[in-house]
Unconditional design. Structure first.
Length: 314
């Protein structure tokens, strides 16, 4: 049996989602009135993070929120022994704080305790989903929140359409020919930055089919074998990254669809020497590369002092 893989950042059973209580109006009212209940603030898709003495998520009490904010709160579940909701703050800039600030979770997530990073990712994803479903996609009428924010329902009589949180599945794959790994870069990235191949799964397509298609479209390389590795929630804005490792049947590279500016085969020693700047450690793309590197060399990638990483994730 293979050893368990490390859990990715943003993933983990840190919240009891108590889905059965989302319809319980009495329980929800009591939870919102409870001084022990905690609220995750989201402002312009950013998360409130404490800087000192060490990075951490800032959760607020009900006294710190306006009444209209409480009315729009979405239940996350039970977290650290208390009910927990997410609240989207109004567009006006929040008052500055000496020890905390609103930041992009993509950049801060790797520095947070894992359970806090997962909680903030869950909160951010729900706020984003609701912001995209203020109106009915069938008839255009306004929607209203049901089940403590986990359903957006059309308000027009006779339509009654309901919309539920959705995620966009995307594959992310490290293709190798044994001793080398295939990495690509987009033109918008600074020079030297490379990552694994990734793309969204299309309707009517299996995950394995998406691996073969995306690698072919982006690099011209044909995949002959693909194996599931692991998955990672990626709420930027609403993806689930499904990781694979794959074996190449061909090695000639072209970038036919123009999505990548360049794609190359890199040896493990080139990676160790810092030739490509790698994705940040909190990303599944980095983990795919790190696992391959250790299998090829017998050395942990984290022990290589010359490895370069970049801060803008895949």
């Amino acid at each position: 049996m293979a050893p368990p893989r490390p859990r990715h950042v943003y993933a983990g059973p840190y919240v009891d989602r108590v889905s059965a209580l989302r319809r319980d109006a009495a329980w929800l009212a009591a939870a919102l009135a409870d001084p022990g209940t905690r609220f995750v603030p989201v402002w312009r898709s950013q998360s409130l993070v404490r800087r000192v003495p060490q990075p951490g998520a800032v959760l607020l009490g009900r006294e710190a929120l306006p009444a209209e904010g409480l009315a729009e709160a979405i239940l996350l579940g039970q977290y650290a022994g208390a009910a927990c909701f997410v609240v989207e703050l109004p567009a006006a800039a929040p008052a500055p704080s000496a020890d905390a600030e609103f930041v992009d979770l993509r950049l801060a997530g790797g520095a947070l305790p894992p359970e806090e990073a997962g909680l903030l990712a869950y909160a951010r994803a729900l706020v984003y989903w609701r912001s995209r479903h203020r109106f009915c996609g069938r008839c255009g009428a306004p929607t209203r929140a049901l089940q403590s924010g986990h359903v957006m329902a059309c308000t027009r009589e006779g339509c009654d359409a309901e919309f539920f949180p959705r995620i966009d599945p995307a594959i992310i794959v490290l293709v190798t020919d044994g001793e080398r790994a295939l990495l690509g870069r987009q033109a918008a990235w600074p020079a030297g930055r490379y990552s694994t191949i990734a793309g969204f799964v299309e309707p009517g397509e299996s995950l394995e089919d998406a691996v073969v298609r995306e690698v072919r479209e982006e690099t011209g390389v044909e995949v002959v074998e693909a194996e599931y590795h692991s998955s990672q929630p990626w709420p930027f804005p609403s993806s689930l990254m499904v990781g694979f490792r794959a074996r190449a049947g061909t090695t000639a590279i072209a970038c036919p669809d123009g999505e990548l500016e360049d794609a190359r085969w890199f040896t493990a020693e080139e990676v160790a020497a810092g030739t490509p700047a790698l994705p940040p450690p909190q990303s599944i793309s980095f983990q795919l590369i790190a696992d391959w590197f250790e299998r090829v060399t017998g050395r942990p990638l984290s022990d290589e002092p010359a490895v370069r990483r970049w801060t803008a994730p895949r």
